[in-house]
Design a protein around this ligand. Structure first.
Ligand SMILES: [Zn+2]
Length: 407
């Protein structure tokens, strides 16, 4: 009944035949060429709209003025359903999304349709992310901003990884790496005075794309360009202290040094500890009773910034354990990024696990569920959609979109 009530005014509006419309492509006059009806899924259920069809006598483009006016051009759903589908698609598998739309809103949207609509929306958001560099609205800029790039693999459809080298035993790949950039602030402190991430301060941007500079020209890599866009949206250049927090991957530090030369580089303490834990398991075996006490001692040394003590402890096992040798190299290379007592004295946040958590929240929780296999295009669209939602940018996107259509 609601749909029938909605249908009526929508079928009456904007159908004034005396209105002379210009062609949207060439601006010349158009002629009226009959009516066509089409079913759209609205928040109240399916509605049938009868729309005037106009044809340009100059460039022969046809269009529906009403579709344009109601923001349903080329679509099968209304903006309200688009928004709902986008939100479930960002959070849930397409099957679950379809189920929730039915259970909560009585909307019959098949999983395939959820996929199509959410991916089209995500592609639009991804495109918008590249062009819209307007800074996020903020009430006050924090004195310190943290920027954390990272990577995580997601399972891909077989045809998307054929010919790519990967970590499988035969050298093939099953996954592709999503590269993510999280930006957050940590101005609040806990009851012990340790800085913790400010609620709602994290923004995310990610894609499956290259972090290697293109062979031709001197421009930044696709991922570096993404990081720079995010930094500009977050006004990273305007804060007193810039901090880059990351794991040990050299490509991340290269990117940080090149594009944010004044940033303090911190190797995420959470990640460093995790790494030492893995090395201990390699040295003693996972079930040895020596493993846990050894890890505990090394973690304490790490907290105290005693890198030389850790290296000395590793040297004992270096001759017979490759992991121990590698870890010494890792500590030597990243020594200046592990000066945790000094960082703490400066009031910096060193042990957030924020970057790791960012990968899990933004990517893993949605894209790494069992039975999911992604196409490159589909994954990048859903990643863009999810990052926009988690960063609080979905509403502003819809507002801008509506304003643009109205103009
Ligand atoms: Zn025309």
């Amino acid at each position: 009944m609601g749909a029938r009530i909605l249908e009526r005014p929508l079928n009456q509006v904007g159908e004034n035949a005396s209105l002379a419309l210009p062609c949207p492509s060439c601006g010349k006059e158009v002629r009226y060429a009959g009516t066509r009806s089409k079913e759209f899924l609205s928040v109240l259920g399916p509605i049938t709209l009868v729309r005037r069809y106009c044809l340009c006598s100059s460039c022969h483009q046809g269009f529906f003025p009403k579709d344009r006016m109601l923001d349903v051009e080329g679509a099968s759903v209304t903006p309200g359903v688009l928004r709902m589908t986008g939100i479930v698609g960002a959070e849930l598998s397409f099957e679950k999304g379809s189920e929730f739309l039915w259970e909560l809103a009585g909307l019959d949207v098949s999983p395939k349709q959820v996929e199509r609509v959410a991916e089209a929306l995500g592609a639009e958001i991804a495109c918008n992310e590249r062009t819209c560099l307007e800074p996020d609205p903020v009430t006050s800029l924090p004195s310190t901003l943290y920027l954390g790039p990272d990577g995580t693999g997601i399972p891909m459809r077989r045809e998307e990884v054929s010919g790519r080298s990967g970590k499988q035993e035969d050298g093939s790949a099953k996954t592709r790496e999503v590269k993510l950039c999280v930006v957050w602030s940590a101005e609040t402190t806990d009851d012990q005075g340790i800085p913790v991430r400010d609620e709602g301060s994290a923004s995310y941007t990610a894609a499956i794309e290259s972090a290697a500079s293109p062979d031709t020209g001197q421009g930044p890599s696709d991922f570096a360009a993404r990081v720079l866009r995010e930094a500009s949206r977050r006004r990273f250049d305007h804060v007193v202290r810039q901090v880059v927090v990351a794991d040990g991957a050299p490509w991340i530090w290269n990117l940080a040094s090149e594009h944010f030369p004044r940033a303090i580089q911190i190797l995420d303490l959470f990640h460093a500890k995790e790494h030492l834990g893995d090395v201990a398991k390699a040295i003693f075996g996972p079930d040895s009773e020596k493993t846990l006490p050894w890890i505990k001692d090394r973690h304490a040394e790490l907290d105290d910034g005693k890198i030389d003590a850790i290296i000395a402890a590793l040297r004992i096992y270096a001759p017979r354990c490759e992991e121990a040798r590698k870890c010494i190299g890792y500590l030597e290379t990243n020594r200046h990024r592990m000066n945790y007592p000094e960082f703490r004295a400066q009031g910096l946040c060193v042990s957030s696990g924020m970057v790791e958590a960012g990968c899990k929240t933004a990517i893993g929780a949605r894209l790494k569920q069992s039975g999911m296999f992604w196409s490159l295009e589909g994954a990048n669209a859903i990643i863009a959609l999810r990052c926009a939602k988690l960063s609080g940018r979905l509403e502003p996107f819809f507002e801008r979109r509506a304003a643009r259509r109205c103009a």
